[in-house]
Design a binder for this molecule. Structure first.
Ligand code: DOR
Length: 402
């Protein structure tokens, strides 16, 4: 009986770090996919900065083997690019791998791709969707050196968006968008965080025809630089959370379709890791359990319609990645479904956080909507606060030719 509730297609989160294999003290396939289904996320795309990095076909295949039968939600893993693995990239099967990830700015995991020649060669030759992390490395390095000379390692975290600055983001994303235009590559720019970068994207083209698409993450829509004082390293992300004016511009870009997708960049680290000084505390935080409730809160506040939320978090990721038979409630499609109660007040606290790391940047936040049921491939995996021990997740397939 779903009276008074909304039935939505399951959320597809195209950018998560579930840390498996190799970093499983932070999170693993089981723990983070349990949290995902509790948050209404029925499919996810995991990033290659696991250990070992998923940068050869053999390592990518091992990562898939490692996950088989363990995930509560459907999954795909990105192939990772480096300065010298073009041969391996070109062997990737687009039918069963979501795409290629390039870290064009360094972040957790030392996967920086910084050879212009290698990047151009990848853009020229791969038919894969290329998803990028854009921050200009030299700018970030110089800014960091400047503040280190002033503060040592204990730089106040409020300088994070000054170090990982608007300029660093724009320099990298503008260069990358220009390269995609020159080469005809299929580019998806992850986690846009500044107003300035939005001019790089065109909202006059329907999604099906776009060759360059953009994404925003939950933290860049929810937090602003005013929150560093209370949240500290718990909102330290790469790219950094920027100003309230940037946040407003990102919301506008979601509404006018300059931005195509909303995701999380779910990136758990342990409390002990996050509690270190600025230069040692890793960037990233867990969000996959709370992305849909954050957006339902925005619906309640009148910022966005429920239809638009579903478009940006289910329909568009499915279309953009050409995911087979998911992202819509349709006859013949997999039954990845979520029931939400938009009149239920609760607070994020230690008793309801399912992440292995055990903390959330939203701890103490009161929400007024709740995910009550989640079905993955027609199987009820989450019900009123309880995850059923049913690992119903399947490997995602894509409507693309091999
Ligand atoms: O803040 C971040 N954390 N940004 C990234 O790009 C990587 C992520 C992580 O893996 O921790």
């Amino acid at each position: 009986d779903a009276k008074g509730k909304y039935l939505l297609p399951g959320i597809i989160d195209d950018q998560v770090h579930f840390r498996d294999p190799g970093l499983t003290h932070k999170g693993d396939i089981e723990s983070e996919s349990r949290a995902a289904v509790a948050g209404g996320v029925t499919s996810y795309i995991d990033q290659p900065n696991t250990v070992p990095h998923a940068i050869t076909q053999e390592l990518l295949a091992q990562k898939y083997q490692n996950a088989a039968g363990r995930s509560y939600a459907n999954y795909s893993f990105m192939m990772g690019g480096t300065n010298d693995n073009l041969d391996e990239i070109l062997k990737t099967n687009p039918r069963d791998v979501a795409g290629l990830k390039l870290f064009l700015g360094s972040s957790t995991g030392d996967m920086l791709v910084d050879s212009s020649a290698a990047i151009e060669s990848i853009f020229t030759h791969t038919p894969l969707l290329i998803a990028v992390h854009c921050e200009d490395e030299t700018t970030v390095k110089n800014n960091l050196a400047h503040y280190k000379s002033q503060f040592g390692d204990d730089i106040p975290v409020a300088y994070h968006p000054v170090i990982r600055s608007e300029e660093a983001c724009y320099l990298s994303s503008s260069k990358t968008v220009a390269l995609a235009k020159k080469t005809g590559a299929r580019l998806h720019v992850f986690h846009i965080s500044t107003a300035k970068e939005l001019a790089l994207f065109d909202n006059s083209i329907p999604l099906a025809e776009k060759k360059i698409t953009a994404e925003v993450c939950i933290h860049h829509l929810w937090f602003s630089d005013q929150d560093y004082a209370s949240k500290g390293n718990f909102i330290k992300w790469n790219p950094a959370v920027k100003t309230a004016a940037d946040r407003e511009a990102l919301w506008k870009a979601v509404l006018d379709d300059t931005i195509d997708v909303i995701a999380t960049d779910h990136a758990p680290h342990t409390l002990a890791e996050k509690e270190q000084v600025y230069t040692k505390a890793p960037s990233g935080g867990p969000l996959v359990q709370h992305s849909l409730v954050v957006m339902l809160e925005a619906v309640r506040e009148g910022r966005i319609s429920l239809e638009k939320v579903v478009q940006k978090m289910a329909h568009n990721p499915a279309q953009l990645f050409q995911i087979e038979k998911r992202g819509f409630i349709r006859e013949g499609y997999h039954a990845d479904l979520v029931l939400v109660d938009c009149n239920s007040t609760w607070t994020v606290d230690a008793s309801n956080i399912l992440y292995k790391c055990g903390w959330s940047p939203l701890e103490g936040t009161e929400f007024h909507s709740q995910i009550t049921h989640t079905l993955v491939n027609g199987i009820l995996v989450y019900e009123n606060g309880k995850v059923h021990e049913l690992r119903a997740g399947q490997r995602l397939l894509f409507n693309r030719n091999e």
